[in-house]
Design a protein around this ligand. Structure first.
Ligand code: DI6
Ligand code: FE
Length: 408
């Protein structure tokens, strides 16, 4: 028997998009959700709600509002010093991203500002960015290192990411991305930098419990597939999952490479070949689409969305929030852009920012409104789910519920 006190939160009069099953919104009119101990204990029609749920500590009449799983931003670089608005202006004047990077700007510019910033500075800078994402329904967030590029600064970035999660009461997953760019002290010695990452930096960060996954930037302007593979071998030996910035600026075989290491995700993937798609399908690697970077770099090469569909590769959508190529602080806008630029359906975009994003982070405990999963929920001031992708901007979020507690 269920005791009355067992339920902490009960939502009634809700329009639920449960995302149960592999397709469709899983829409339930006149739905209800009951939560216990931070988890979903019941989700279904109001008529099937156990009576005891109505004596929950907090009973919320949603007034017909749409309720979805809280959103999950599975690819961000939210912790950094400075900004690159000047480079934005240079690009508008005709300079390319690669030219700026080769001239010492780009990631190296963010590295200098990040190295100069204290842990508290970086936290103070990242907090409003994370709050902006939360105003769009985000309750789980991935944050990468990769603007420190030395021992102390990389660890500092990861500590800031962990602190952000604690301060805001949301889940932050940290990703180690020291193989993001070559720092100036290793100029001309990329293999030595990779050796330093594998022999010292990654083991140290992992030993301090600061790493949930390992990423690299595998592109002609960054690291080679061979160097990336070395970082991945070290990660797997340490028991850490991997993911990759893959095939964004050209086809370097990155998607197939990360799949070979049973990677959680291959991200960007504009230039991924049919072989890459097949490799991802075989290993269950998620394709993370990042339409903000595509927009800001005025890219024209489309990710192979149809091939992902045909081969059953789940597609996630994320902001890639970063100071260089995607200063985007709205996951809803990323979803809209994925629809407009990549022709995802609004349903695919919503799955991309919930259940498929959860999978890209190795978090099977969230992303759908199903009993047993975490009670991370978003209440929206909209009538139908497609509106989440249709409105560009606007304050659509009514309430964010994290682990069964209303936090905004
Ligand atoms: N994500 C990245 O890490 C790089 N591009 C991308 O989409 C570089 C980000 C940067 O220029 O700071
Ligand atoms: Fe990125």
């Amino acid at each position: 028997m269920t005791s009355a006190a067992a339920f902490d939160l009960c939502l009634i009069n809700a329009r639920l998009a449960t995302l149960e099953g592999e397709s469709g919104y899983g829409l339930l009119e006149d739905g209800a959700v009951a939560c216990r101990g931070g988890r979903i204990a019941f989700a279904g029609l109001r008529s099937a709600l156990p009576d005891a749920a109505l004596t929950a500590h907090n009973v919320l009449d949603c007034g017909g509002a749409l309720v979805t799983p809280a959103l999950i931003d599975c690819h961000t670089h939210l912790v950094f010093g400075g900004d690159r608005a000047g480079e934005f202006e240079q690009r508008l004047n005709g300079a390319s991203y690669e030219e700026i990077a080769r001239a010492g700007g780009g990631i190296a510019s963010s590295m200098r500002a990040t190295r100069a910033a204290s842990e508290d500075d970086l936290l103070a800078l990242a907090l409003p960015r994370a709050r902006a994402l939360m105003r769009d329904g985000v309750a789980t967030l991935e944050i990468k290192s990769g603007y420190g590029l030395d021992h102390d600064s990389e660890l500092r970035m990861l500590r800031v990411a962990r602190r952000l999660g604690q301060v805001l009461g949301i889940t932050v997953k940290t990703t180690f991305l020291a193989a993001h760019a070559l720092p100036p002290e290793y100029a001309g010695r990329a293999d030595d930098y990779i050796a330093f990452i594998c022999d010292e930096l990654l083991p140290a960060a992992a030993a301090q419990g600061l790493v949930d996954a390992v990423d690299a930037f595998c592109e002609r302007i960054a690291f080679s597939p061979k160097q990336t593979a070395r970082v991945f071998s070290t990660a797997r030996a340490l028991g850490l999952p991997v993911k990759l910035h893959a095939d964004q600026l050209g086809d370097s075989g990155g998607a197939a490479l990360v799949a070979r290491f049973d990677g959680l995700s291959a991200d960007h993937v504009e230039y991924t070949s049919e072989d890459g798609v097949r490799a991802m399908a075989n290993r269950g690697t998620v394709a993370v689409l990042l339409p903000g970077a595509f927009l800001c770099l005025r890219e024209t090469r489309q990710p192979p969305v149809d091939r992902f569909r045909v081969h059953g590769v789940p597609m996630a959508v994320a902001t890639d929030a970063n100071p260089g190529t995607s200063p985007l602080l709205s996951l809803r806008l990323a979803m809209a852009l994925a629809c407009i630029q990549f022709r995802l359906t609004p349903e695919e975009a919503l799955r991309g920012a919930t259940c498929h994003a959860a999978r890209a982070l190795g978090l099977p405990d969230r992303g759908r409104i199903v009993p047993g999963l975490r009670a991370d929920l978003a209440l929206w001031n909209v009538g139908q789910p497609a509106e989440l992708c249709y409105w560009l901007g606007g304050d659509l979020l009514q309430k964010l519920i994290v682990s069964g507690r209303c936090i905004g």
